[in-house]
Write a new protein. Structure first.
Length: 543
């Protein structure tokens, strides 16, 4: 792609035009679910509430936040390790040295995530993901001395994307506003336009539109560290003046773009909020009508004859004067509304919306009413239901996220900062490694494997009561190591196979020595008994 300013501004228009078909849907999601979000179709002040005319029920809002929190817990749980590393070579994966290095790498990355703003920003990204269908997270080195990585969730309104021929997002154009003061702090006074410099002197809070383009370069020299030779170009432009603010590059794509579900040929994702939007709009209209009906029942219109009455009021304790000879009375206008039926219809709609946001799968299981086996079966079933949806997140979100973090941590050296990542052992030099997810969701998806192993072993133990030889069919070492792998047990829990063999050899030697000592003791005892018997015979013969 050309790194020419005019070309990039034109290209921005094309990318934003691709979002046109989505803007109305995203705006409706704001109106009915996320009224605090920045509007899509118009400008508004940050924090302005816009739900007074459209939003009468918060079921969908609660469902969005609950699903986002569940994603945070199931995929990127801050209280437990949710990923590790492994080699493409299974022989290397069996090495304790390699396993310990992989775990050390994962520990450093987890520590850096905890020391950053990752878990705050990723939750915001999850909210965008389950609402708009597309979530964007920007990852860059931190400028603060006490942390190394900075994360920021970017709003869908300001972000436009494009895919490569394999369907992976590799281009992002982000258009947003900065004040004159922020632009000078970010880019330096020597790099901004004269308009920004002038505004800084007169009105520092004046806003200017800035566009950040990131896209792959077709040609660059590998090994060079200058901005012109990075695989991804990064160009910052002051839009109105078409003025270049900064030009540099990245070794890895700095934006992580996740899509909930994506139809063939579509660029942006679809979400549970989109799928249930007709029900959400219907529910809000039903609740609005229900509120109006309830208000009419509680404070109905009054029927007053046009003669025989003075001033009529509905305030408590007030006196109404009327002519007692007049037969008409002040009466409320009654309605034939069936409120129980209306409440049932509202409850049904709320349940449909809850189902669209996977609430049945995410509800806590009451373990007091189920056996341990039933709990595991329920978790496994829920995981299978969620697996197709969350599989795309592993591919588009978690893998690029960790790869980007590793790239940033690898590049941090010097400036009084020690090398963060541990040195790889010789056996891993030049070897490729990949991510292995051990989040609660990933473990739940493999529960059935543990159940199958346990069931096979229990069956073998039962059958062994008839034929003990049936236990010879089970490779006990492989079974326990497979279960430990599925459960994500730390590498230092299991010994190396050589160490296990040594322990078994020593145990066999000890058992052999103990058996020999027992035989010797039994032989000595037999000899002693024989000697006693011989003495007794001698005594009998002498008598």
């Amino acid at each position: 792609m050309k790194e020419d300013i005019k070309f990039l501004i034109t290209y921005l228009g094309q990318l934003e035009n691709n979002k046109t078909m989505w803007n109305n849907v995203w705006q409706e999601i704001n109106d009915y679910i996320l009224p605090f979000k920045k509007p899509i179709l118009y400008e508004d002040m940050t924090g302005t509430q816009r739900s007074s005319t459209t939003m009468f029920d918060s079921t969908a809002t609660h469902a969005v936040f609950r699903l986002a929190a569940a994603l945070n817990s199931l995929l990127t749980n801050p209280t437990s390790k949710w990923f590790t590393l492994e080699s493409d070579d299974n022989a290397i994966n069996k090495s304790i040295e390699s396993k310990q290095w992989f775990e050390s790498m994962a520990d450093v990355i987890m520590r850096e995530l905890e020391n950053s703003n990752f878990y705050t920003e990723v939750n915001e990204m999850y909210i965008d993901l389950v609402s708009y269908g597309t979530g964007v997270l920007y990852i860059e080195p931190s400028t603060l001395p006490d942390k190394n990585i900075n994360f920021s969730a970017r709003n869908i309104k300001e972000t436009s994307i494009s895919e490569n021929n394999e369907g992976l997002v590799d281009t992002v154009a982000r258009r947003f506003k900065l004040t004159a003061r922020q632009m000078i702090e970010e880019f330096g006074e020597e790099n901004v336009s004269d308009d920004v410099t002038r505004a800084m002197k007169e009105e520092p809070e004046t806003n200017f539109e800035v566009v950040h383009f990131v896209f792959p370069r077709k040609s660059f020299e590998i090994g060079k560290s200058d901005p012109e030779n990075k695989p991804y170009a990064s160009i910052w432009v002051e839009k109105d003046k078409e003025h270049l603010l900064r030009k540099h590059g990245y070794d890895t794509f700095p934006f992580v773009v996740a899509r909930w579900l994506k139809e063939t040929g579509e660029l942006y994702g679809r979400s549970p909020a989109m799928n249930s939007l007709p029900d959400i709009k219907t529910l809000n209209e039903m609740v609005r009508t229900l509120l109006m009906t309830g208000q009419k029942i509680a404070d109905p219109p009054i029927q007053v004859p046009d003669e025989g009455f003075g001033d009529v009021t509905t305030q408590p304790g007030k006196i109404i004067y009327y002519d007692p000879t007049y037969k008409a009375r002040v009466e409320p206008l009654l309605f034939g509304a069936n409120l129980p039926l209306t409440f049932d219809m509202v409850s049904e709609k709320r349940q449909i919306i809850a189902d669209a946001f996977y609430m049945n799968q995410l509800l806590l299981i009451d373990k007091r009413e189920l056996t341990a086996e039933e709990v595991r079966a329920r978790q496994s079933e829920n995981a299978r239901i969620l697996a197709p949806t969350f599989g795309m997140l592993n591919f588009e979100f978690l893998s690029p996220l960790v790869e980007r973090v590793i790239d940033i941590l690898t590049g941090i050296r010097g400036n009084d900062r020690e090398l963060l990542l541990p040195q790889a052992p010789p056996s891993l030099k030049g070897k490729k490694y990949r991510l292995k997810f051990i989040s609660p969701l990933a473990k739940s998806q493999r529960i059935h494997e543990v159940q199958s192993i346990s069931h096979t072993i229990m069956t073998a133990i039962q059958w062994a009561q008839v034929n003990p030889g049936v236990l010879d069919n089970i490779d006990w070492d492989r079974a326990i190591r497979t279960v430990a792998d599925i459960d994500g047990s730390p590498a230092n829990v299991l010994l190396d196979l050589k160490a296990v063999a040594t322990i078994r050899q020593l145990r066999a030697q000890q058992q052999a020595a103990a058996a020999q000592q027992q035989q010797m003791a039994q032989g000595a005892e037999t000899l002693n008994e024989y000697s006693k018997g011989a003495k007794n015979l001698d005594k009998v013969g002498n008598q």
